[in-house]
Design a protein around this ligand. Sequence first.
Ligand code: FPP
Length: 238
Amino acid sequence: MATEEKTVPRHVAIIMDGNGRWAKKRFLPRNAGHAQGSRVAEQICEDAYNLGIEYLTIYAFSTENWARPKEEVDALMKLLRKYMKDSIARSSKNNMRVRVIGDISALDDDLRESIRTLERVSSVNTGLQFQVAINYGGRDEIMRAAKAFALDCAEGRKKPDELDEAVFYSYFDTAGIPYPDLLIRTSGEMRTSNFLPWQLAYTEFYFTDVLWPDFNKKELQKAIDYYSTRDRRFGGVK
Ligand code: FPP
């Protein structure tokens, strides 16, 4: 008997693009787009979990975003600061585990401290596993992993021959987290912008013209519906 079965992706990654254009359309400053974007990110965590998604990873600030005007970088850092602080209490309430991926050594001390506290406090939570990429660049992550492995070899803890995909992945910021099944990018751009290049090797891509601040549960459901039509062969035949 044929039953219509929807496959929900276990891990969804999102490039939240279009905040600036959303604000411009409303004659608002770009930062108003980011503020709305961060509210949407919070809501999407709830929606994703209710739809059965286990892991969600979002691109909040890339290694390239430092090149934006100082005022915009400051506003994004302020939003992230508030998000991390507020999430310390909120994560226990909704049983969400939050981890930050990226090179956080470049962030201000107080933000790093909030991140550490949030990661520690939420580490026992078994609901949505939520990753926020901050000062994240995929090439940077691969190089940091390569350096850490090289150092382990130089100091005798590892041998070059031991390197395989699983060993190498254990050096990544996302170690222990399954690779994304579905990548969503909003606002019509069709590129991955240095987001999770290693992890996305067999991921299905969904692009939508919807600007991130307009994204919602209905749009997420559309992306899942698209995903459930895909025939994933991982390089083999079925
Ligand atoms: C891309 O829009 C968006 C970003 C570079 C930042 C994403 C950050 C947030 C949504 C807020 C912070 C998140 C949290 C979880 C607190 P864009 O500015 O490139 O838009 P444009 O292409 O229309 O100019």
